[in-house]
Ligand binder design. Structure first.
Ligand code: NAG
Ligand code: NAG
Ligand code: NAG
Ligand code: NAG
Ligand code: NAG
Length: 643
């Protein structure tokens, strides 16, 4: 029975290894609901939440739940979330200007945070769209109908926002809202609402938008632009061509469209360029754009866009582009077919309605650039592997420190999260979090609150708060802390804690020797070749002759090598694919003595488990003990069998 279970376990873990074999690099550590505290709320309605925003108070977030907002307080997860009714002006019964339907309500498809305690949201009832600039500090909250937003509200009414489309509200004396419309039918492209409504020209290409990045120019407001990122269905049906082509497009914020008879209310400043992500040497490239995340910088041209791609072979990659490089293509490249288009301005013009007819005709004809946009410094992907990622989120808040590092969060299509540290073109997968109860619902939104190091995640059914600054979970020694390479954490002399100045950490090299050289670690005091565990107690186990037994070792890092040491001898009996288990097939006098599980990673060794086996005297209570042991092991195995 025991052996059967063990074989089953091996088969199970082997299958697991096979399916994951190509998934290098795997995360160094895995944190499930068991290892790390994760607070959660169920989301009702099974409707993708349009967005999550942080409230003023820490630990409180607001999420859109179909027709209303809900405020979730993670400080007090037992408290029922507070429902916030949206007071749509369009549903005001005492306003004679509104033509009311019996059931006046809108499905919220867009939520954006404005200045402190104000939200901008839009919803649609399939016939029209309503927007509300809501002041949360008022009780009950009201739609403020501010003058600078009124034009957005008026001009968007007849447009139906689709679920999941990127949007950007650009606030000014006269605010504008940019929303995309994806698909193969209708006005596919970027739409602007506000004082001057402008939209895409008619075309028959299938496009799916994944991000909008506004780039305002304080030094030169006329040159303010909005960049859109999308994938386009390839019309070339060739056998070896890709299904999708990734693009970046840009429009000028001051564009008002053409004059009455040509390109009226359509973009005159739009240009498109292909994005390249791949390695020319290995001829490996990625063509399906999946998601983008932006890191804004003080200087507009330094702003970076992290783009997540997939290819048809089930691989994912991340490439990084700067706005500067994108702008260079739009200002310097010829148009597709090496066409020059003299007279067409690459800059934004003050009045687009005065562009000459011949130029407008060229704009209408061809707006695609000949040259492609390549990643920053002509690099390849900063990360690629066989995981199927669906979303990307970037935390750049660590970049203020001397050892500049960026942390990426990538969600896997089964709902898990990879936390990745990046410096230039180097990346390392620090951890995999498994935050959802429903492992088949992937992450829809990410939001980090850097001061508290809490990451908020939503799936269709759950809102989870993940403590990504939980440094204690890496271990209780300096070496564990340094090997984690987590830029959020450092060794303060006694604990692995959230990183501040004067703490030990080496994100780039994971060199644990800094622990010894800094004197922040106790030297090994025994004469043994292997360092002692902190709780230097050996667990005594008595076994009957010829009995079977398993010794267990707590496996933490997937990148460490685990060995069982018996009487200071390195035994080769540890199993390749289940390093945590040591099988004692038949208890005999040779098995007596100390068995220790030692992990080794980048030259750092430590004892993780320490047992002393003894033969039980034949007169002992043989059957009952071995039965009990068998039961314990069975329980442990069943637990680990859930692979
Ligand atoms: C509803 O409309 C009336 C009349 O225009 C106005 O006085 C009132 O403030 C509105 N209520 C809300 C919640 O906007
Ligand atoms: C990757 O995930 C997406 C979204 O969940 C899914 O549609 C696609 O089939 C997955 N691809 C593979 C190769 O598993
Ligand atoms: C980093 O610097 C930016 C601006 O210089 C600031 O807004 C941000 O709060 C800083 N982040 C941290 C973690 O200190
Ligand atoms: C190190 O961090 C731990 C836990 O955060 C704290 O209790 C301890 O006082 C800190 N030690 C020093 C020397 O700052
Ligand atoms: C034990 O031996 C194996 C195989 O020779 C080796 O890879 C491993 O590093 C050794 N472990 C220790 C802790 O010495």
């Amino acid at each position: 029975m025991l052996l059967l279970l063990f074989k089953l376990y091996l088969l199970c873990s082997r299958l697991h290894t096979l399916t994951e074999a190509t998934s290098q690099p795997a995360a160094r550590m895995t944190f499930t609901l068991r290892e790390t505290a994760m607070k959660r709320f169920p989301l009702l309605g099974h409707h993708a939440p349009a967005g999550v925003v942080l409230e003023k108070e820490p630990n409180t977030v607001i999420s859109a739940e179909q027709k209303h907002l809900k405020s979730f307080n993670f400080q007090n997860p037992r408290k029922t979330p507070v429902e916030i009714h949206v007071p749509w002006t369009e549903c005001n019964k005492s306003d004679p200007q509104q033509t009311l339907k019996a059931d006046c309500s809108f499905n919220i498809y867009l939520v954006q945070k404005m200045e402190a305690n104000k939200l901008f949201l839009c919803g649609t009832d399939e016939e029209r769209t309503a927007c509300c600039d809501m002041d949360l500090s008022q009780k009950p909250p009201r739609c403020m109908s501010s003058a600078n937003i009124q034009n957005v509200k008026d001009s968007i009414q007849g447009f139906i926002i689709k679920e999941g489309e990127p949007a950007a509200l650009v606030e000014s004396a006269e605010s504008n809202l940019y929303v995309t419309y994806s698909g193969s039918e209708g006005d596919v492209g970027i739409h602007r609402f506000g004082g001057n409504r402008v939209g895409p020209t008619m075309h028959d290409r299938e496009q799916h938008y994944v991000g909008l990045v506004p780039s305002r120019r304080r030094d030169d407001p006329l040159q303010g632009k909005v960049f859109g990122f999308y994938k386009e269905k390839n019309k070339d049906p060739g056998l070896y061509s890709d299904m999708w082509i990734p693009f970046v497009t840009r429009v000028c914020m001051r564009d008002r469209g053409g004059p009455k008879n040509l390109l009226q209310f359509s973009w005159t400043s739009q240009m498109n360029a292909r994005l390249f992500c791949g390695e020319p040497e290995s001829r490996r490239h990625f063509s399906e754009l999946v998601d983008v995340a932006t890191v804004e910088k003080e200087q507009w041209e330094d702003t970076r866009v992290y783009a997540l791609f997939r290819n048809e072979w089930g691989m994912s990659a991340v490439c990084v582009y700067t706005i500067k490089d994108i702008e260079r293509i739009f200002t310097k490249s010829t148009f597709k077919g090496k066409v020059l288009q003299p007279g067409r301005s690459r800059e934004c013009v003050p009045d687009s309605t005065t562009i000459p007819m011949d130029v407008l005709n060229k704009i209408k004809e061809n707006s695609e650039m000949e040259d492609w946009v390549r990643p920053v410094d002509n690099s390849g992907p900063i990360l690629f592997n066989h995981h199927n990622y669906t979303h990307i989120y970037v935390d750049d808040s660590q970049n203020n420190r001397s050892d500049k590092h960026t942390v990426l969060y990538l969600s896997l299509h089964k709902g898990d999260i990879h936390k990745v540290v990046q410096k230039e073109t180097q990346t390392f997968v620090i951890a995999e979090y498994q935050p959802f109860h429903h492992r088949h619902h992937h992450v829809l939104t990410f939001l980090l609150h850097p001061p508290t190091m809490k990451l908020y995640l939503t799936s269709r059914t759950e809102l989870v708060q993940l403590d990504v600054g939980n440094c204690a979970q890496y271990g209780d020694r300096c070496g564990d802390c340094v090997l984690s390479r987590d830029p959020y954490c450092g060794w303060n002399g006694s604990h692995c804690t959230p990183h501040t100045q004067d703490m030990l950490q080496d994100v780039s090299q994971a060199d644990h020797n800094i622990c010894v050289s800094s004197g922040m670690v106790e030297q090994s005091q025994t004469g043994s070749k292997y360092p002692p565990g902190r709780d230097e107690v050996t667990k005594s186990i008595k076994l009957p002759l010829n009995s079977k037994y398993f010794l267990q070792c707590p496996v933490s890092s997937h990148q460490a090598r685990y060995t069982w040491i018996h009487l200071e001898r390195n035994t080769s009996r540890s199993l390749e694919d289940s390093p945590g288990l040591l099988l004692i097939p038949r208890m005999s006098p040779e098995q007596e003595g100390r068995h220790r599980c030692v992990s080794e990673e980048r030259g750092y060794t430590r004892v993780l488990a320490d047992y002393t086996l003894q033969l039980e005297s034949r007169a002992g209570v043989k059957t009952s003990t071995s039965l009990l042991l068998g039961l314990c092991v069975t329980a442990a195995l069943i637990q680990s069998l859930s692979c």
